[in-house]
Design a protein. Sequence first.
Length: 468
Amino acid sequence: MTDLAWLTATELVAAYRDGSVSPVEATRAALTAIDAGNVDVNAFVLVDPDEAMAAAERSAARWRSGRVLGPADGVPTSIKDLLYTRGWPTLRGSSLIDERGPWTEDAPAVARLRETGAVLLGKTTTPEFGWKGVTDSLRYGATGNPWDSALTSGGSSGGSAAAVALGMGPWSVGTDGGGSLRIPAAFTGTVTIKPTYGLVPVWPASPFGTLSHAGPITRSVADAALMPDVLTGSDPRDWSALPTPTASFLDGLDGGVRGLRIAYSPDLGYVRNDPQVEAAVRAAMAVLADAGAHVEQADPGFADPVDAFHVLWFAGAAKVWQTYAADAVRRVDPGLRRIVARAGAISTADYLDATALRVDLGVRMGRFHQTHDLLVTPTLPITAFPKGRDVPDGWHSADWTSWTPYTYPFNMTQQPAASVPCGFTSSGLPVGLQIVGPRHADRLVLRAARAYERATDWTATRPPLARR
């Protein structure tokens, strides 16, 4: 029998439909993978096998009776521990939160998953309040990488990415405020899309405001298109949520890239890449060109917006502490404490200037996409480095943004941006390819990602920790 832990969500749903696999079998396989691998990578902070198996039994009964709730019915699913989940603590990687709750409401994404019959396995690790691009916290320790457990999985959705890469469920829902889906996807060889802002409603509002998006981490592009069919839709608790889409994100997924105008920017005009990363991304552009896309090297023409991003990000981090006692900041991640202190120097004028730069960046990208359907870059300029560190050893900066220059600009512009694996370095570490589209062009981004996936064979490669 096919190893059920390695079937994608779309494959599982097809198997449920023809009766060859049961949600009970798939859930048992996911729980077995968690038991086998979580000790190596620390992907989960909470697993509820009894609840998961009970939900799988209910789903199996629905499939037998033909009363399926939705496209995710019976799919084993994990939730990043930033998203409220009824009945389970949402501790956000912090010792400041009392796990006694009460925990009475689901976040919108979790509610959609539950309503459509997904089997919820548990909660995945995050750094404290999701503040940085790696996944470690004083409360839960560090999350390792499935390709080498001594390395970081990235963050802040690093637990979700590690879980998916190791077959601990075919997909997970996470968040992305400056790259937090795309960073771990690139480091772990998984797939994601950060949807257009507002497409997936968020509640409670992130302290990082309209920088933060919610979306999937998966092992295939089809799954990255299927999960938004579940997660999207207006929610009264999110004032900025977009209307419910009228078509599936799977529609047109295999339409290819022939005739699309794709801008390839190897460095956005200001980034230095690891040579092996740059070579892998350049080879990926040749694949898209061979598939019929009109590829030309072009930069969108903006300077690094990191200073403006820092103003917005640091202000959000400082906002977290307003609900805690004055001495709370002494009991948190030292790096988070440092950026909260830096926020004290931010003035109202600084914040307004950063917002104005953000608006200008959005205008520039809007104009850029009038002549280029998509922008493609590396997802990250480097590959995974040792876990437990915010930056690589000997790095020129202490800020996680210094090694994520391709991701945070597109949180500022609220554009859809996907990451797909596009090869490996000589040491066997994954490299990510970022595909960015205009706002609301999520289907186009997914279509290009799928075209690249179909032309390559990276989906057949499993991490070393999964081969034991």
